[in-house]
Unconditional design. Structure first.
Length: 425
């Protein structure tokens, strides 16, 4: 997918005014976005089900929006650089079933928030420029989202909206991760998703409203089911509530239950049509293994001659999901090499195997397994893990076309200096 940007549709005056507001927005970005969400949920409570309360409490949603607004303002005269961000947001919007009627709600609350937060700085010229800029971006987003909705409708087994799925199987993968095998209640075929993509689960909350969460598909395409492997989020950090949906699934959803599911989405996936001779390096930590495992299973099936290096980090063997599955794959596929790192060993952990050691996944380990460095890298995991891997690949000069990742949080957090990050998984 390639987005065609037409900056000349925005007036020169609008571009100049919006670009001039970038420093102000940088300074007041999070204040503005906190005000925006509070205002929108007050004036338009009907949109609340589209947002994760835990992300709101932790401030992740506010940071992500602030970063997006600042990036748009700073690059409004060179929007091509934002194509990847637009695709990420469009895929997320479609996964949550965001529709054109939602854009005026966001626009009105955003412009009102700019007025209320910036005060005298929000002149009529500034508001008019941002109204034009928002409308322009909204048209681009709605156009791409409509394309994705049509793709979902037209593909074999595809659909729009939510469909009912039965839980055909529930399987514990580790002390904290459980898999749910989901089959359509009407027995119809499933669409072939791209390995690495996610689906959306919608459930009812105690207050009668619904809430939605995205979960990566952890099996390869072409099965009779969708498999999601969900980590039970217990909210260990101060001020962070336990995950409502993850705990609901773990505690209350059993075989035979029905769940509402939206079609697979996501821009982080392994393109099985691409053929490369260089190695494929799959890196994951914690529950970040879920999309990476789908890639691994698919790659072994479609690229039997390609060298594949799989490296996974977890606290210990008790929290590591799919170890036996991956060990069995390595035993039957000579092109697959695996390594595990445990950061919090227990007395029950077996580190006698040559492919297990203690610590965090770092540059030295990756280079030991991929000494020539020239490879295609796919990685997913907690923020500290992601920041470290991202910085190392940048330092090595790996081309952007060979670096692929799924980052759960504001993308600007990837720019945090890696020495400031701790690495729990």
């Amino acid at each position: 997918m390639h987005l065609i940007w037409k900056e000349d549709m925005l007036s020169d005056q609008t571009i100049a005014i919006v670009k001039s507001t970038a420093p102000v927005l940088q300074e007041h970005g999070e204040t503005l976005t906190k005000h925006f969400y509070k205002r929108m949920f007050s004036h338009n409570p009907e949109v609340a089900p589209y947002f994760n309360p835990a992300n709101q409490t932790a401030g992740l949603q506010q940071k992500a929006l602030a970063g997006a607004i600042c990036a748009y303002a700073a690059n409004i005269d060179n929007l091509e650089v934002l194509g990847g961000a637009v695709e990420l947001i469009a895929q997320k919007h479609v996964s949550l079933q965001i529709k054109p009627e939602h854009y005026p709600i966001v626009g009105e609350n955003l412009l009102s928030s700019i007025r209320e937060v910036l005060g005298e700085g929000a002149t009529k010229e500034v508001i008019d420029a941002w109204a034009e800029a928002y409308g322009f971006l909204a048209d681009i987003m709605m156009g791409r989202e409509n394309q994705i909705y049509r793709e979902h409708s037209n593909m074999s087994g595809g659909w729009m909206g939510f469909k009912s799925f039965n839980v055909a199987k529930k399987e514990k993968e580790s002390d904290v991760i459980t898999s749910f095998y989901l089959a359509l209640t009407d027995g119809s075929e499933l669409p072939r998703f791209k390995p690495g993509q996610y689906i959306t689960v919608r459930v009812k909350m105690p207050n009668g409203q619904t809430t939605m969460r995205n979960y990566s598909l952890s099996d390869k395409p072409g099965q009779l089911w969708f498999r999601i492997s969900v980590k039970r989020e217990v909210g260990l950090k101060a001020g962070t509530p336990e995950g409502f949906v993850s705990n609901f699934l773990h505690k209350h959803i059993e075989v035979g239950a029905t769940l509402e599911i939206a079609p697979p989405c996501g821009e982080f996936f392994l393109d099985l049509t691409e053929k490369h001779e260089r190695p494929l390096v799959l890196l994951s930590a914690g529950v970040g293994i879920t999309p990476v495992l789908s890639m691994l299973l698919s790659a072994l099936e479609t690229m039997p001659e390609r060298e594949i290096i799989f490296i996974h980090g977890s606290l210990n063997e008790a929290t590591q999901a799919f170890k036996k599955v991956i060990d069995d794959l390595a035993a039957h596929h000579s092109n697959l090499k695996t390594h595990y790192r445990y950061s919090n060993l227990t007395g029950n952990d077996n580190i006698r195997d040559a492919n297990i050691d203690k610590g965090f996944i770092d540059a030295a380990l990756i280079e030991a397994k991929v000494p020539q460095r020239d490879a295609d890298y796919y990685f997913c995991g907690p923020q500290p893990f992601m920041v470290n891997i991202y910085h190392e690949l940048l330092t090595w000069g790996i081309p952007a076309s060979q670096v692929h990742f799924e980052f759960f949080g504001p993308r600007q957090e990837l720019d945090v200096p890696k020495e400031k990050m701790k690495c729990p998984v």
